[in-house]
Write a protein that binds this ligand. Structure first.
Ligand code: TMO
Length: 312
């Protein structure tokens, strides 16, 4: 009987007959994963790429601008984005979606905050009484002055590519611009280097930072600005006098991805990293000084129980 089946039916139809509905195969075309300029995102790119490779799919990594990437996903040059931070990229994500071609592939478990703040010792040692309430900043600009800040307090913002003039707009809207100047860091590493030297010298420093990040473990106190509400930002038509939202962290994909790579897309839709897991990915690079690729290999090796529940 079996011999008869083999000689008259194709392998595919036997699989169908014996196993019920056979699932579709993923395309041999590579899945294009973007890399940006902060550590968890790059490590997570290789972590997710490693999961896709574990099922036999091909992966390519492309350095991409973290705002323009949503248009690149929409037109198919890039397949996914695995860290869509609400505060900084929510508008670009939904603008691209509204043009057609971007899908929401679900949220990570971690909630996020992208905000100005101070290392914990600044609060603990009372270097600026009243922090973390933003009003305290009015009376301690001198504590945050640097050689290049003209006697004003310096606010060290991240690279301008992340969210443009959000912080200069906010500082002006809150009436802090006669006392503070916003300087853009060239890279995330420049922020970490400044935080380290300020800590060594025991001096006050205000920087942009975010959670989940490796700094969660150290203690970093985000400043409490007036609450965020939709439309409060200048870019959204408001006066800009609001802080950042406690936001979601989403995954995005090109609309064809579920069809071209159904197995990989199914995995991608299930992926959900926690605050601790994302902090670990950043720490492997920013504290342990591993390369992004090596950090991802180590993370995958140490956390098979986590990711294999999504790939099996
Ligand atoms: C997008 N970022 C996590 C750097 O704020």
């Amino acid at each position: 009987m079996l011999k008869y089946l083999y000689t008259t039916l194709s392998a595919a139809s036997i699989a169908l007959a014996l196993g019920g509905a056979a699932s579709a195969q993923d395309s041999a075309e590579p899945i294009i994963i973007p890399t940006h300029n902060w550590s968890s995102q790059v490590v997570m790119a290789y972590v997710i790429g490693g999961m896709f490779e574990s099922i036999g799919d091909k992966v390519e990594y492309v350095p991409a601008d973290s705002q323009a990437v949503y248009e690149a996903i929409r037109n198919g040059d890039v397949t996914i984005s695995h860290e869509v931070w609400q505060s900084t990229f929510g508008a670009s994500f939904y603008n691209a979606m509204a043009q057609g071609g971007v899908i929401d592939a679900g949220n990570h478990e971690a909630m996020t905050l992208e905000e100005l703040g101070v290392p914990h010792y600044v609060v603990e040692q009372n270097l600026c009484p009243g922090l973390p309430a933003w009003e305290a900043l009015k009376d301690c600009a001198a504590v945050f002055a640097t050689a290049d800040s003209d006697g004003k307090g310096r606010i060290l913002e991240g690279p301008q590519s992340w969210h443009g003039d959000l912080m200069p707009d906010r500082v002006a809207a809150l009436g802090l611009d006669d006392k503070y100047v916003v300087k853009f860091a060239g890279s995330a590493d420049a922020i970490w280097a400044e935080l380290e030297s300020a800590k060594k010298e025991g001096r006050g420093i205000i920087t942009f930072n975010w959670t989940p990040n490796f700094t969660d473990a150290d203690g970093f106190d985000f400043i409490k600005f007036p609450a965020y509400s939709d439309g409060c930002r200048k870019a959204d038509g408001g006066d800009g006098s609001c802080g950042s939202p406690i936001g979601w962290l989403k995954k995005a994909a090109n609309y064809k991805f579920p069809k071209t790579h159904p197995k990989a897309y199914t995995i991608f839709s299930k992926i959900s990293f926690s605050t601790a897991q994302i902090g670990q990915m950043a720490a492997l690079v920013d504290i342990d000084k591993m390369s992004h690729e090596d950090a991802a290999k180590k993370w995958l090796a140490d956390n098979q129980d986590v990711w294999m529940t999504w790939t099996k």
